[in-house]
Design a protein around this ligand. Structure first.
Ligand code: PLP
Length: 402
């Protein structure tokens, strides 16, 4: 059996997105040119903008197309801080994706100061901590909508409100790359900028968007021919943009159904793994019932004591199950994920992490196959692990009893 359980890393392109894309690979017109073929491309571009805006319930002129989540985030944060030349302070959270974290670190190297808000054991940021971190020279706050590793869904409406109540001039950006297309995201007037990426919701790679609320005029990150109303230069990727719009439309129309299916499959997976594998723990917010809405519907993330995450990934690959350990970007490094450390896991436990991210196309049989595969691979890894023998000395009871 082959089961792809790494949808947070990327999703397969959905049929409507593929169908929408193909004609725009044949029509290669440059949307900035004047002849018919180019005008058609320009019309398709603006139709896609309207479709994306419609799915997000925002005006079309607030949508700017980019090359993906990373570019949108870099643009929002780097140009966002430039809006307040006198302010040199940035606030973000300790569990952001590297696209945010490394951008903020770059700005620190350029003379900015940054506060990294702590999170609780489920990955939630407290509004009180956020309020306390705000300074008179705070230029921008960037807190993610949903975490890519542990699937925690943060209360962005509450956090952005808390910022604006103290200082309306501070810009609020949210990295919504893991949320858009998967859960309803309400873009309130307190949210100035929001980043999204097509390949996380059934669209192609290399295309995304930045929502910029009407009002804050962001300086461009990319200078050049003046595309995207002078804010983001480079010849538009019409095929990618049209395809992203089709994917988002499809995801939005099917969202209620998809959330219901994914949640049921996810909770089966979580139950099955926790019940059959000793010393296994769910990371992130609890699944199941009402509280399950604080967890992305497709995310089931765990740590297994006395196991290395990398060995689990390779063992599961041999059984046809695609998963990751920590985030895709950090999986090449030996350091445990900063997200797992931020929720308070000790290093040795954070090393045994496994992230399964499922889709509504999965079946119960596939989930049962995944549960049995994870059980067998964890057992095998522990059998040959010196850590498993030494488990008596492991301080984990104390950690999990907190
Ligand atoms: N932000 C989050 C939360 C992500 O999960 C990712 C991708 O993994 C990104 C940003 C980067 O998006 P992209 O791959 O489109 O650059």
């Amino acid at each position: 059996m082959f089961v792809y359980c790494d949808n947070a890393a990327t999703t397969p392109i959905c049929r409507p997105a593929l169908d929408a894309m193909l004609p725009w690979l044949e029509n290669y017109g440059n949307a900035s040119s004047m002849y018919k073929m180019a005008r058609e491309a320009k019309t398709a571009l603006e139709d896609a903008r309207e479709a994306v805006a419609g799915c997000l319930n925002v005006p079309p002129e607030t949508i700017y197309f980019t090359s993906g989540g990373t570019e949108s985030i870099n643009w929002a944060i780097k140009s966002g801080v430039l809006r307040h030349p006198g302010r040199k302070h940035i606030i973000t959270s300790a569990i952001e994706h590297h696209a945010v974290q490394h951008t903020v670190q770059f700005l620190e190297s350029q003379g900015y100061e940054a506060a990294y808000l702590p999170v609780d054991k489920h990955g939630f940021v407290s509004a009180d901590d956020l309020r306390a971190a705000i300074r008179p020279d705070t230029a921008l706050v960037s807190v993610m909508t949903a975490n890519n590793e542990i699937g925690t869904v943060l209360d962005i409406a509450l956090l952005s409100r808390a910022v604006k109540e103290i200082d309306n001039k501070i810009l609020f950006h949210t990295d919504a790359v893991q949320a858009i297309g998967h859960i309803p995201v309400l873009i309130t007037p307190d949210i100035d900028m929001l980043s999204l990426s097509a390949h996380k919701f059934g669209g192609p790679k290399g295309v995304g968007a930045l929502y910029i609320r009407k009002g804050p005029a962001l300086t461009p990150l990319l200078h050049g021919g003046g595309h995207e109303r002078g804010r983001r230069s480079s010849t538009e990727n019409i095929a990618g943009i049209v395809s992203m719009a089709a994917a988002l439309d499809y995801a939005t129309r099917n969202m209620t159904d998809s959330i219901e299916k994914c949640t049921a499959l996810r909770d089966r997976l979580i139950r099955g793994i926790l019940e059959t594998i000793p010393y296994s723990h769910l990371t992130g917010a609890p699944g199941g019932g009402q509280s399950g809405k604080h967890r992305l519907p497709g995310n089931a993330s765990f740590v297994f004591e006395a196991v290395e995450g990398e060995s689990l990934v390779l063992g599961l690959d041999a059984k046809g199950v695609c998963v990751s350990s920590g985030s895709a970007c950090s999986s090449a490094s030996l350091d445990p994920s900063h997200v797992l450390l931020a929720i308070g896991l000790p290093h040795e436990i954070a090393h045994g992490s496994l992230r399964l991210t499922i889709a509504d196309t999965h079946t119960e049989e596939e989930m049962d196959y995944v549960i049995e595969s994870v059980r067998a691979v964890v057992e095998r890894c522990r059998f040959i692990s010196p850590l498993w023998d030494a488990k008596e000395n492991c301080p984990t009871e104390r950690f999990w009893d907190r």
